[in-house]
Design a protein around this ligand. Structure first.
Ligand SMILES: [Ca+2]
Length: 458
């Protein structure tokens, strides 16, 4: 019984070995309670330290478990990041491997360089200035600059530039296909060519002598082939109403024109003119008579005037051109002689081309086209072919229609004509110098024209 108590006490205190149990002699007091004396050794078992250790161990186990959980969580996160990094690497490799490498830029630059060379050759092989080639050249230069910038800064636009290059290359190829073979310019007065090929850049000679407010009118040189007045220039601004012609000025040379020097003023005293359709032919001004369907002449030398009715021609702004008023009757001259471009009620406003006898002012022959006169901005003749223009923008005209009186056939074409001012007030060709003369809102402008080879004749 007593032994049991001791055992129970020790069991509650800690671990016991068999040597820890021994028999002792006890006694019972007057109250019947068992008493015994136990002599414990000096080095008692450190039960409290054991307890502390147990607590520490327990806590440590918990901490380790927590750490293991945390590490497992880190591992999962790390796995996710590893996956992301792997994906990024794949994408980077793909990007490096496709359009954005140094090598690619070098190839791009090579392509641009190649096109630059091509267009320089094209430009050199073409006769005169070609507007389309010039524009293409500028665009290629721009692309070249962009590629250089991109290489330094933003490489991601390489694809856009590449698309642009493809488009440019296509246009260049088209241009090459359409380009005319370089031919020596035909002799003045001959028609040994295949018709109009292109028109050069505008050359602004000067503002008319009456000033900017005289924006309507006409000017040029004598259009009679091999005229004796080849050096002479004439300028005839309309009054500011854009309708009446009262005078013209003649300069003996280009220098005189440029310096407004030694002019001869001629007054149209008997009959005023109407509209800017006039030309000088054999030192005689041909013009539409004011408020009338007559065509009249005024000889610069003798001041002799004569008039004759142009049969059926409408007048007084009935069928003028698209952007100008009172140019119902437009004179023209070419290698074949004198022409008149007009419309009639019978032609329902479509252009009629008349071959005019310069002396008698009678019609030798006429051709009716299908081009509504008011849809064209102006017209002129070269080698019996009428070419008509229309406005494309405020800075560009297009020669878009032709009628060949040699064969009685019409056709369409597209030749750009740059202009400095918005409205073509008049436009004529001169067979003596292969130039177009434009009165462009008061400015006197010339253009060189280029011809196709005879084999490509329309
Ligand atoms: Ca004209």
């Amino acid at each position: 019984m007593l032994l049991f108590v001791l055992l129970a006490v020790f069991t509650a205190q800690g671990q016991l070995t068999p040597s820890d149990v021994q028999n002792v002699t006890g006694s019972v007091d007057e109250n019947g309670v068992c008493l015994c004396t136990v002599i414990l050794p000096d080095n008692t078992f450190p039960v409290h330290r054991m307890e502390h250790l147990e607590v520490l161990s327990y806590n440590l186990t918990i901490s380790v478990q927590q750490e293991i959980t945390t590490i497992q969580s880190y591992q999962q996160t790390l796995n996710i990041y590893l996956q992301k990094i792997t994906n990024l690497t794949v994408r980077l490799e793909a990007m490096e491997g496709s359009s954005y490498t140094e090598l690619d830029f070098e190839l791009l630059k090579l392509e641009v360089k190649e096109m630059e060379t091509l267009i320089l050759q094209l430009n050199a092989s073409m006769e005169g200035t070609n507007v389309i080639v010039h524009i293409l050249f500028q665009e290629i230069r721009n692309i070249s600059l962009i590629v250089n910038q991109l290489e330094v800064y933003d490489k991601n636009n390489v694809l856009a530039v590449r698309r642009e290059i493809v488009s440019l290359r296509k246009r260049l190829e088209d241009c090459e296909k359409n380009q005319t073979k370089p031919i020596p310019p035909p002799s003045y007065g001959t028609c040994d060519h295949g018709g109009l090929a292109s028109v050069g850049k505008p050359y602004v000679v000067q503002l008319n002598w009456r000033g900017f407010s005289y924006r309507y009118g006409a000017w040029g040189k004598d259009s009679l082939l091999n005229t004796s007045k080849e050096q002479q220039y004439w300028v005839a601004p309309l009054e500011t109403d854009g309708r009446v012609v009262k005078m013209l000025r003649v300069y003996p040379t280009l220098n005189d024109l440029l310096l407004y020097k030694t002019p001869t003023d001629k007054q149209l005293t008997k009959h005023y003119g109407q509209g800017g359709g006039m030309i000088m032919y054999n030192n005689t001004l041909y013009f539409n008579r004011y408020t009338n369907g007559d065509i009249c002449t005024h000889n610069v030398q003798s001041s002799v005037e004569q008039c004759k009715t142009l049969p059926q021609a409408v007048f007084n702004n009935r069928f003028s051109y698209a952007d100008v008023s009172y140019q119902d009757i437009d004179f023209a001259a070419d290698e074949y002689g004198l022409w008149v471009i007009y419309a009639t009620e019978e032609s329902v406003g479509n252009i009629v081309i008349g071959k005019l006898n310069p002396s008698s002012l009678t019609l030798e022959k006429s051709w009716t086209t299908t081009l509504y006169k008011r849809s064209a901005s102006n017209a002129f003749m070269i080698c019996g072919v009428m070419y008509a223009t229309r406005s494309v923008t405020t800075r560009r005209e297009e020669i878009f229609y032709m009628y060949d009186t040699n064969i009685g056939q019409e056709g369409t074409l597209s030749i750009s004509v740059d202009k400095m001012m918005e409205t073509v007030q008049s436009l004529s060709y001169n067979p003596n110098d292969h130039k177009l003369y434009m009165y462009n809102d008061g400015y006197e402008v010339t253009y060189d024209v280029n011809f196709k080879t005879d084999s490509s004749k329309n």
